[in-house]
Design a protein around this ligand. Structure first.
Ligand SMILES: C[C@H](OP(=O)(O)OC[C@@H](O)[C@@H](O)[C@@H](O)Cn1c2nc(=O)[nH]c(=O)c-2cc2ccc(O)cc21)C(=O)N[C@@H](CCC(=O)N[C@@H](CCC(=O)O)C(=O)O)C(=O)O
Length: 330
């Protein structure tokens, strides 16, 4: 099993640098940096990380094909690859409708746009002159004037068609999920995409991009996961609740509690509304032994990389070290 770790660049560069170096020293193989317009620029932060680390693979987790042209994405990640001596990975997904609405980007034809962007980025990385007559992107003899190197492309995907696209075009798929049932459900679409491209499973990385919270004290770990779990619940489609047998009553209580938190500051109310089964379904939370158990189940459902996503634990530093000491070697 490979291990990755997600960081949101909502902290100063030196804090991010500290945590990523700690993760590298703790044995994590990948670090994925999220990309939303309202946080620090993903490539500026990756530049620092590329220069300050020596082993960990690094890249956006995930950027999108709306903010900037695929030519700029191809050039930016190739620059990180040069700065990091060949450790760059590109995570790209359809983007986030909520933040797009705020900056006037209309989220149309995400599948088509993702296909065209990934095809263009791959062609530019091959070093050739690229002409591409797409529905969305039109390129006429574009070319990078420096060697990109071999940069794996991972696609963020949840929906069935995007899962197929990820398997067809990507080197891996980053699935925002923490439970084996989600990966059982994704299997059919991943296999359909792999078959379409004539690829086998063992050349494809299935990544559980999970919310994780680890602590020696399991209760503390689980409590620390509640706010993140609440946001995941609030943003998940109903099909997910059916899959996990979670009542819409409980879901609506969480959505209402989040509303109250935003309007009246009642954050304790959010934690109260999150149930134990929600924590189990939407996060990997608990003691190291419990987390190891869940990772074994995920491996059986075809997962080949687990990414420790927010909150990582009640104390980020201690949890990163605990994962490195007790979970990665297990
Ligand atoms: C678009 C959407 O695809 P999806 O796979 O569910 O995408 C949801 C998320 O993956 C996407 O929002 C990601 O960008 C979210 N995301 C992040 N999004 C961000 O903006 N920033 C991040 O840092 C980020 C991290 C991240 C990490 C892992 C991960 O899995 C996702 C992450 C969807 O609806 N897919 C449907 C298909 C929709 C469809 O058919 N659309 C048609 C028509 C639509 C139209 O008419 O506009 C088309 O595209 O042509 C499907 O897969 O079946």
């Amino acid at each position: 099993m490979k291990f990755g770790i997600e960081f949101v660049p909502n902290m100063k560069y030196y804090e991010l640098e500290y945590y990523v170096k700690l993760a590298e020293d703790s044995g994590f193989e990948y670090t994925w940096i999220t990309d939303h317009y309202n946080n620090r620029n993903v490539y500026s932060m990756l530049t620092i990380l590329a220069l300050k680390t020596s082993k960990i693979k690094l890249g956006p987790g995930v950027t999108n094909p709306y903010h900037i042209s695929p030519a700029l994405t191809a050039s930016a990640i190739a620059t990180i690859n040069e700065l990091s001596n060949g450790r760059a990975v590109l995570g790209i997904g359809a983007g986030d409708k909520v933040t797009f609405d705020r900056i006037g980007i209309s989220w149309t034809k995400p599948l088509r746009r993702m296909r065209e962007a990934v095809e263009i980025i791959r062609a530019l990385h091959r070093g050739k002159s690229v002409s591409y007559d797409g529905e969305i992107f039109k390129f006429n003899g574009a070319r990078l004037d420096f060697k990109a190197g071999n940069i794996p492309i991972y696609i963020g995907a949840q929906g069935p068609k995007m899962l197929q696209l990820a398997a067809e075009l990507g080197d891996g798929v980053l699935i925002n999920a923490s439970h084996p049932r989600d990966f059982e459900a994704a299997k059919e679409n991943i296999d359909a995409g792999l078959n379409k491209a004539g690829k086998s499973r063992d050349e494809f990385d299935v990544v559980a991009y999970a919310s994780m919270s680890v602590d020696k004290d399991a209760t503390k770990a689980r409590n620390a996961s509640k706010i993140v779990v609440a946001f995941i619940v609030a943003g998940s489609p109903d099909v997910i609740f059916e899959r996990h047998g979670i009542s819409m009553d409980d879901v609506n209580k969480v959505r209402e509690a989040l509303n109250n938190a935003f309007t009246k500051g009642d954050w304790p109310g959010v934690s109260k509304a999150v149930t134990d089964e929600m924590i189990d379904c939407f996060s990997i939370s608990g003691s190291p032994d419990e987390v190891i158990e869940r990772i074994k189940e995920l491996s059986k459902s075809g997962v080949t990389q687990v990414v420790a996503g927010s909150p990582i634990g009640p104390d980020k530093k201690k949890s990163i070290q605990l994962i490195g000491k007790e979970i990665i070697p297990a």
